[in-house]
Write a protein that binds this ligand. Structure first.
Ligand code: OAD
Length: 242
């Protein structure tokens, strides 16, 4: 299977990459689904919806501060660095990530689009300004982040029931329509619209490769499905590309 993936990538000039929480798992960041997934222990309805934030912003911020803390202590892993190498090797490259953890950018990826936002940015509910997260004055947990305009700040992430950024989605589809290959890594493939990427790629005759620990909702759609850890498989593929 890995040989088939290498063959596809060797003959590709343009590559679309879609990543999910699984690519950051080896950095120690919990995924959402699966045995130790966040949604096993936390309620998405109570923590990741606009209604939840309206009802209890302190609880939602507590959860995001906790996640920010885990992510801040984590470093990019070999899978993130392999994606950086792929960007350097391919003539044209676009990375669409569902992750909010910034690890692709920290590893050195350049052409990155974030479809679910970024946990280290805030958005003002009043003036709409998007800014880098600034820790509120101590104690952080009892002080809710405020904008300079006085408005409440929320994490600049996409919550359940919210629209994804349309420009990012459109740019992704435009790139995908001209891509020779699509690599889908570390996503369960069930959250829309990112979950539609393999099917869209297939319809456009783009070769599709999946890397995941286990079979997923899209494994039967892709041309090559490789089971294993992203941090082991991706560097092997990159090394074989020379
Ligand atoms: P999930 O938690 O749904 O899926 C993570 C996937 O990564 C699973 O299929 C795992 O098998 C796989 N995986 C785990 N460790 C891996 C490893 N070392 N190497 C390769 N694969 C591995 O995460 P996403 O698909 O990213 O949305 O979830 C999509 C969206 O659902 C998230 O962006 C988030 C969540 O609710 C929002 O918060 C809006």
């Amino acid at each position: 299977m890995i040989e088939k993936a290498i063959g596809i990538l060797k003959s590709a000039k343009s590559l679309f990459v879609l990543t999910g929480a699984g690519i950051s798992a080896e950095s120690g960041i919990p995924t959402f689904r699966g045995a130790d997934g966040l949604w096993k222990n936390y309620s998405a309805t109570d923590l990741a919806t606009p209604e939840a934030f309206k009802k209890d912003p302190a609880l939602v911020w507590e959860w995001y501060h906790w996640r920010q803390n885990i992510i801040s202590k984590a470093d990019p892993n070999p899978a993130h660095y392999a994606v950086v190498d792929l960007e350097k090797k391919l003539e044209r490259f676009l990375l669409l990530t569902q992750n909010v953890d910034n690890l692709h950018q920290r590893a050195g990826s350049k052409n990155v689009l974030e479809i679910h936002g970024n946990i280290f940015r805030t958005r003002c509910l009043i003036c709409g300004e998007i800014a880098d997260y600034q820790k509120p004055s101590e104690p952080a947990n009892s002080t809710l982040p405020k904008c300079t305009c006085g408005g409440s700040l929320r994490p600049d992430v996409v919550w359940f029931g919210e629209a994804i950024p349309q420009d990012i989605w459109q740019n992704s589809l435009d790139f995908l329509s001209r891509a020779d290959a699509a690599l889908i890594c570390g996503t369960s493939g069930i959250v829309w619209p990112a979950a539609a990427i393999p099917e869209i790629a297939k319809r456009g005759n783009t070769k599709t490769i999946e890397i995941n620990l286990e079979p997923t909702a899209v494994s039967s759609i892709v041309d090559v499905s490789i089971q294993g850890k992203a941090g082991e498989i991706l560097p092997k593929i990159v090394a074989a590309l020379g």
